[in-house]
Design a protein around this ligand. Structure first.
Ligand code: BES
Ligand code: ZN
Length: 849
């Protein structure tokens, strides 16, 4: 039975499960439409839990048999699970159920992808495999036997036995059911090995479909780098004899950290220079690291309940950011993270879906794997580290691992290790976990008798369920420059705790120029009336790379805003200041490429809305185009020469040095295309020997409207490669002129290769449509209507991916009455569908509230 009942779960209702489990025995008899799952579990009463009826989760299972201590019983079944009478003391539970992996299109529980069996159990998918207390605070060791004729049969832990038609695995580390995994199929491995710091040799494998072996080298390199990094930086060693990664084509998310058997969306692990862009390589490196780092932050120490999700995800995102910073450039990584935070987390926190980093209630936990839990959750850890310092952070983490290894923990446990390490009272800091919304920080300054004063005010607008906000702890990193550009006060962290607070710098000979919120030291909106010449000064002189970038971004936002609201011409003073940075060959090309990117139209819509102006998507598109055109014209004298300096004259390498050059070269090519009608892009396309250059050139050609032949030849060349074809689907919808975007997306849905049940392919088309800001927000509402049609269709097959895609409507209240009404109509149409999933019901209800 399918459970679609919307029921709200509260953090405050937490109670421990009434029994503990030492060991879970599982046998799978694999068959596509009738897999048998046999379980044997020894339950012992949990002395720390309140009295409660015995309840096991179970959904969409066909019960075959149930027994207690060897005696057959008849439990009472519901859509959520079963109850039955149980003995007072310890007892042995046995069950046999039947499930149909081939019919599982939700990709949760045991399902099939291209003939291969695979599982996804986080957050609550294990209950679709067998009856079990499917909650993260019930931890057990798992012994698994897989019976089937598939040549490769994998599960968690270490292999213990195998033979004709069976394989057995044992995982010695107690774990919650959400970390269980099983994979079986016709797979080949790309092998590797790693010797841990204590000298233990670990066998590594990346398992793929035959034919994909050539796309595993980078994943393996990234895995080995991650293992070494976690030892070096956190002192954390791997703890099994074997570590397996499997690539699957049908996967709702990016990847999953199942103990010893990580399962990856093939887009998040497979790479080759010919088929993957630099951005793909960087993302793969980060995701491999992320899932590997979960082995300690998530698996060895897990979450007590799903409200504590940020305990593992926020921390692990923070750790993978540190890793990427170390592997590449910390400045470039920080700027990229802030772009991402503002593009995904700010709209969430400033709209109807706003929720705290640690939510207090949910209906469907899958809807809370959000930018707030992940990215703001990581920001909170970054602030904590800044406040206590690097040494105390390292000590606190050591204590965390020592104190909580093997436990299912809470945010209170996490904060306690910091309190105990530093003696600091973190009561107020904890508001970062409980209070939703983005704080606004405003600042004014004065200079008198050698004393410079910064007066700060913070306030957070109301968010759903939270009308009144309290002041938060804000670490504000500040540096001061003197008027000739020298730094006179290096980065200093001001700790703001009050609603309004002043900080003084004494003994200065002249009024300094402040560089405030360096490195984006707190996830806030900074309101400051900075004169443009001061921003240009910071753009030229700030020693903090983030604030240099921010100064330019601010000027870019102001320029676009003036173009849209006042019909102003592009700000040439800004463009000239920017030119000096772009052409400064002493600076990292990756940083210069970031400087060259304009604020996105969605970002501009957010900015205008914050200023009380209703954004007009068509006007924003026109202004962006006009500004790019002005850049191309103004810089026409040197664009081609500078692009020539970006040529890479060595075998392809996805590392920071080469990819930075290609990023800058690509940004320059896009401007050049406006001058030469696509000649340089066509030449780059024809000569490209890697996907970064090929796809970059194709994007320019599509933007220039000269795309038909190139798109056709690209499809012909890559029709056999699903991951490359995803790019083909996405690129043309994202890069095409807005007035054609909806028609193009719709046409692509009739393409024979539009396999809409595959989440990557669905997202390629509709994620790209949502990214084409003016295209999605076409005035006639056709973009909203098309997406709603397909969301309704996909919900019947895959609620999780559908619900995630609903968030593209989260900014709907920002727009003009006409667009607002059309989005509301579509959301209401979705909401009214009979049989709508719990996932999507919750999302549209919150969106409409
Ligand atoms: N634990 C998650 C995967 C997951 C998410 C499972 C939601 C079930 C529901 C995994 O560790 C994760 O966070 N993956 C991210 C990528 C990561 C680099 C942030 C993902 O899949 O997008
Ligand atoms: Zn994660």
């Amino acid at each position: 039975m399918k459970d679609t009942s919307p029921q709200t779960i509260y953090l405050s209702d937490y109670t421990a499960f009434g029994w503990t489990i030492a060991e879970m025995h599982l046998t799978f008899r694999l068959s596509p439409s009738a897999t048998r799952v046999l379980s044997r579990i020894r339950f012992e009463p949990n002395p720390d839990a309140p009295q409660q009826p015995f309840f096991l989760h179970g959904e969409e299972l066909k019960p075959i048999r149930a027994a207690i201590d060897g005696t057959e019983i008849t439990p009472e079944y519901s859509a959520q699970g079963l109850t039955c009478a149980v003995p007072d003391g310890a007892f042995t539970w046995e069950a046999e159920v039947e499930i149909a992996p081939a019919e599982n299109t939700a990709l949760e529980g045991l399902y099939m992808s291209n003939g291969m069996y695979c599982t996804q159990c986080e957050a609550e998918g294990f209950r679709k495999i067998t009856f079990y207390p499917d909650r993260p605070d019930v931890m057990a060791t798992f012994t698994v036997r897989i019976e089937g004729n598939e040549p490769v049969k994998l599960s968690n832990g270490n292999p213990t036995a195998s033979g004709d038609g069976f394989a057995e695995w044992h995982d010695p580390w107690p774990k919650p059911a959400y970390l269980f995994a099983l994979v079986a199929g016709d797979l080949v491995n790309y092998p590797g090995s790693f010797t841990t710091m204590s000298g233990k040799e670990v066998e590594l494998n990346i398992w793929v479909r035959p034919g994909d072996e050539g796309k595993c080298a980078w994943g393996m390199e990234s895995l080995i780098a991650s293992m070494a990094w976690d030892e070096k930086v956190y002192g954390r060693e791997y703890d099994l004899d074997i570590f397996n990664i499997v690539a699957v084509d049908d996967f709702n998310m990016g990847a999953m950290e199942n103990k010893g058997l990580n399962v990856f969306n093939s887009s998040a692990v497979l790479a080759s220079p010919e088929t993957s862009t630099d951005a793909n390589f960087e993302r793969i490196e980060a995701i491999i690291a992320h899932e590997y780092f979960h082995n300690w932050t998530g698996n060895r120490i897990t979450c007590r309940d799903w409200f504590q999700l940020c305990l593992k995800e926020g921390l692990t995102v923070f750790r993978d950011s540190q890793f990427t910073s170390d592997m590449r450039s910390p400045e470039v990584k920080r700027i990229g993270d802030v772009i991402d935070l503002r593009a995904r987390q700010f709209p969430e926190d400033q709209g109807p879906l706003s929720h705290p980093v640690r939510p207090e209630s949910f209906q469907e936990i899958n809807n809370f794997y959000t930018a707030t839990v992940y990215e703001k959750g990581a920001e909170v850890i970054g602030m904590l580290k800044r406040l206590v310092g690097d040494d105390a952070y390292a000590k606190a983490l050591d204590l965390y691992f020592e104190r909580h290894d093997g436990q299912a923990c809470t945010i209170e446990d996490w904060l306690a290790v910091f309190q105990d390490t530093t003696g600091r009272d973190l009561t107020q800091f904890k508001r970062w976990y409980a209070q939703s919304g983005t704080p606004h920080l405003s600042v004014s300054e004065s200079f008198e008798n050698g004393t410079y004063t910064l007066d700060f005010t913070q306030s957070t607008p109301p968010t759903p369920g939270q009308p009144d906000k309290l002041p938060q702890v804000l670490p504000i990193a500040v540096g001061l420059l003197n008027p000739n550009g020298d730094e006179i006060v290096p980065t200093t962290v001001l700790e703001m705790t009050e609603a309004t607070q002043s900080f003084r710098f004494e003994g200065l000979s002249a009024r300094p120029v402040p560089s405030i919120l360096r490195g984006f030291s707190a996830p806030v909106v900074l309101d400051r009336d900075t004169p443009p010449e001061e921003k240009r000064f910071l753009l030229a002189h700030d020693t903090d790379a983030f604030n240099r970038w921010e100064a330019s971004r601010d000027l870019g936002r102001a320029c676009l805003s003036a173009m849209v609201t006042q019909g102003s011409a592009p700000d040439t003073a800004w463009l000239d200041a920017l030119e000096r940075v772009i052409r400064d060959e002493a600076l990292d090309p990756a940083f210069r490429a970031q400087m060259l990117a304009l604020p996105t139209q969605a970002e501009m819509a957010q900015q205008l809305h914050a200023q009380g102006i209703t954004p007009d998507p068509d006007a924003l598109y026109a202004a962006s185009e006009a500004l790019r055109e002005a850049m191309a014209q103004r810089w026409s004298g040197w664009l081609a020469d500078l692009r020539a300096t970006c040529a890479v004259d060595a075998p392809y390498d996805p590392g920071a040095a080469q990819s930075g050059k290609r990023a800058l070269g690509g940004a320059l090519l896009s401007l050049l295309t406006r001058l030469d009608g696509g000649a340089a892009a066509q030449a780059q396309y024809d000569a490209a020997d890697n996907m970064t250059l090929q796809l970059g050139a194709l994007g320019c050609l599509v933007q220039a409207g000269a795309d038909t032949a190139a798109l056709a030849s690209f499809a012909k060349q890559w029709q056999g490669d699903r991951l490359v074809m995803d790019k083909w689907f996405a690129l043309q919808v994202a890069a095409i002129a807005p007035d054609s975007a909806v028609a193009r997306a719709e046409a692509l849905t009739s393409h024979p290769d539009f396999d809409w049940k595959n989440p990557n392919r669905f997202r390629a088309v509709f994620g790209a449509l949502a990214m084409n800001h003016a295209g999605f927000h076409t005035k006639d509402g056709s973009g909203y209507g098309l997406l709603a049609d397909w969301l309704i269709k996909l919900d019947e097959k895959n609620p999780q991916t559908t619900a995630r895609m609903c968030s593209v409507f989260q900014t709907w209240k920002r727009y003009d009455a006409g667009r607002r009404a059309q989005m509301q109509t579509q959301l209401e149409r979705i909401a009214a569908r009979p049989g709508l999933s719990r996932d999507v019901t919750e999302m549209v209800t919150r969106l409409l509230s």
